[in-house]
Design a protein around this ligand. Structure first.
Ligand code: TYD
Length: 135
């Protein structure tokens, strides 16, 4: 599964009379090996987050509870994805400036990532990001 563009993906959901289950496997559901999982929760006072880009990191973001808006800017266009389902994720496969807005109080945003936390992979300045990755 190779994706050269950031995209919304429908996750493989197993539903039966007990409810739902989503499993995500490297190589099958993701174009990268999983190195890290983290989640964002208990958003206070509708605080926005992110405001950085990654040079190499690939990620899948899933809002497993509540809802939030993910803005993704690849240097050419900015798209907003409203995430409100544990069955849908937004896949980020290239250098992308990201901002997370409008978290509901109960929002839990799970992020599955291709690498461990590396401060050197971050770009914190939007103008610098645009200069390097914009067309
Ligand atoms: P931060 O980068 O501010 O999160 P956001 O993506 O919302 O901008 O991260 C908050 C804190 O958590 C900061 O001190 C760095 C730390 N952190 C880790 O230790 N490991 C991680 O994998 C991440 C994403 C953050």
């Amino acid at each position: 599964m190779y994706k050269s563009k950031n995209s919304l993906i429908k996750l493989n959901t197993h539903k039966d009379n007990r409810g739902g289950l989503v499993a995500i496997e490297s190589g099958k559901d993701l174009p990268f090996d999983i190195a890290r999982v983290y989640y964002i929760f208990e958003n206070k006072g509708n605080e926005a987050r992110g405001f950085h880009a990654h040079k190499n990191l690939q990620q899948l973001m899933i809002c497993v509870a509540g809802h939030c808006d993910i803005q993704l800017d690849d240097g050419n266009e900015r798209l907003t994805y409203h995430l409100n389902s544990p069955e849908v994720g937004v896949l980020i496969t290239k250098p992308t400036w990201r901002e997370m807005h409008n978290f509901s109080k109960n929002c839990v945003l799970v992020v599955i990532a291709s690498d461990v936390y590396k401060a050197a992979d971050y770009i914190h300045d939007y103008d610098e990001f645009k200069k390097v990755y914009g067309s």
